[in-house]
Design a binder for this molecule. Structure first.
Ligand SMILES: Cc1cc2nc3c(=O)[nH]c(=O)nc-3n(C[C@H](O)[C@H](O)[C@H](O)COP(=O)(O)OP(=O)(O)OC[C@H]3O[C@@H](n4cnc5c(N)ncnc54)[C@H](O)[C@@H]3O)c2cc1C
Length: 458
């Protein structure tokens, strides 16, 4: 990096606002993927949008690549600085700026950790539903940039459904507001929604106005285990056909059930092929009635091996904690994990699961299945080792077939994790060439020098 540029960047953030030792740079060379790593030249921690703007002006003038990073929990390689340059880390921009209870919005900086936001809102009886299962660490900015979702997506939707406005710093340092504070807004193309899910390739989000809703009064969790994972997939559709929209429907396969029981025994049914977890929420009477309906639907299944309603909130929490540990259970098992993120229309879920099992057999690989069954979003995770080239190549072929299957079933190659580095080569399978051209043109307009998160998506 040019010495003048480096000096100016350091001046913007001050002596406590950057890291540049070898050890520190290594710490910012990876994210939650297990097969990518690249070291930046400097990590900057701006504290406000003015500093972000100053950084971007310098980066623009000197054509320095900038990789934006929240907590680095993404699983698509999004925050890996593959072109070196600057890592712009938002974690010191972590203030909650305003809560409007009358208008039901909260104005927060990009580095606010989701769990801190949840706890803050809870005190006011409010709720921000997007719930990536990394919420203990993931930031609002990361959530916006990946358009993250989670178990609550089936009933409440994903981040874009709660995004009213953002302040963005463009590649040349200009500060602009997109969207606003109103629920309705059709003044021009919706650039706020365009930036949402753009994986740090179009602009730096410094703060956002998020829609919030009242916390549901009451919740109930149902645990249902099945002899056959395909039957579990069928039950999901049956519940929806009854006119019930649970707050969550999550799926875990036998591998995950056993692995979680291994390191945190809570009595999960280790002999079952699959587990479905339902959460119902709303007013107490209505939740009790709907929970009974879901219970009855599951009870009719010939494949059922276990069925219970969590008796207390703490029992329910134990189960949901186990679900949250799902990715850790997988990632701690193999040196390299290709944790994919495909999505299909919900009804095609059983076919997708069947396909994944066939692919697993064909390539003689362990492919673990966990996911948000309620919205047809599965995370088939292929366990491999990048150092074992033959195994890793087999794993790559399996992944490609998994993507093909999702596309054939009317779905797509990413439901919530984004394209990043992991899925670049598959994007042309999912999108028409004209569509890709339009996206590239948008990128050109926003980032004419290609300095924002270069190497990602394309
Ligand atoms: C255990 C585990 C469970 C997970 N579960 C889910 C899940 O259920 N649902 C889900 O959707 N995801 C999930 N994820 C993926 C990930 O946690 C989410 O995408 C999360 O929103 C990323 O937030 P982050 O702060 O870590 O962002 P980072 O990983 O730091 O960044 C993600 C992307 O956003 C860009 N970015 C970050 N901040 C900004 C900003 N302020 N402006 C512009 N661009 C920015 C980065 O350049 C990068 O491309 C999971 C990950 C793990 C490790």
């Amino acid at each position: 990096m040019d010495a003048t540029a480096l000096k100016r960047l350091k001046n913007v953030v001050g002596k406590n606002g950057y890291l540049d030792s070898t050890a520190d740079l290594l710490s910012y060379s990876y994210d939650a993927t297990t097969d990518w790593q690249a070291v930046p030249e400097i990590v900057l921690f701006p504290e406000n949008r003015r500093q972000v703007s100053e950084i971007m002006k310098i980066a623009f003038d000197f054509e320095i690549p900038v990789t934006i990073r929240g907590a680095g929990t993404n699983v698509s390689g999004g925050s890996i600085p593959v072109s070196g340059g600057i890592v712009l880390c938002t974690t010191r921009m972590n203030r909650i700026l305003e809560l409007s209870k009358e208008n039901l919005y909260v104005h927060v900086e990009a580095g606010v950790v989701l769990n801190d936001l949840y706890e803050f809102l809870k005190k006011h009886g409010l709720f921000f539903p997007p719930d990536p299962q990394s919420f203990l660490a993931a930031t609002v900015g990361g959530c916006i940039s990946e358009n993250a979702g989670g178990p609550y997506a089936i009933k409440y939707g994903v981040t874009k459904h709660y995004l009213l406005g953002i302040t963005a710093v463009l590649a040349d340092g200009k500060i602009l507001e997109f969207g606003g504070r109103t629920l309705k807004n059709v003044a021009g193309y919706d650039l706020c929604q365009l930036v949402c899910g753009s994986e740090g390739t179009l602009a730096v989000v410094t703060d956002a106005i998020l829609r919030v809703i009242p916390l549901p009064e009451y919740k109930k969790t149902i645990i249902a285990a099945f002899k056959d994972i395909i039957d579990a997939g069928e039950i999901v559709s049956q519940v929806i056909l009854e006119g019930i929209i649970p707050a969550k429907i999550e799926l875990m396969d036998n591998w995950i059930i056993r692995r979680i029981e291994e390191f945190n025994p809570i009595g999960l049914p280790v002999d079952s092929d699959a587990l479905l977890l339902f959460e119902l929420d709303g007013e107490r009477d209505s939740v009790e009635k709907t929970a009974q309906k879901v219970f009855d639907i599951c009870k009719k299944s010939q494949s059922l091996t276990k069925l219970e309603i969590a008796e207390s909130e703490s029992d329910a929490e134990k189960i949901w904690n186990a679900r949250r540990a799902g990715f850790s259970a997988i990632f701690s098992y193999a040196p390299t994990v290709l944790a994919e993120d495909i999505v299909v229309p919900r009804k095609r879920l059983p076919e997708l699961i069947l396909k994944i099992r066939e692919i697993s057999e064909k390539y003689d690989l362990t492919i673990v299945v966990i996911g948000h069954a309620g919205d047809g979003n599965l995370h088939p995770s292929v366990l491999t080792d990048i150092k074992n080239r033959e195994h890793y190549e087999r794993a790559q072929k399996a992944v490609e077939e998994i993507f093909n299957s999702a596309l054939e079933l009317g779905g797509t190659i990413s439901g919530e994790h984004g394209i990043g580095l992991e899925k670049r080569r598959f994007l042309k399978k999912a999108l028409h060439s004209k569509h890709l051209e339009l996206l590239k043109a948008v990128k050109e307009v926003f980032d004419p020098k290609g300095i924002l998160n270069p190497g990602k998506i394309w």
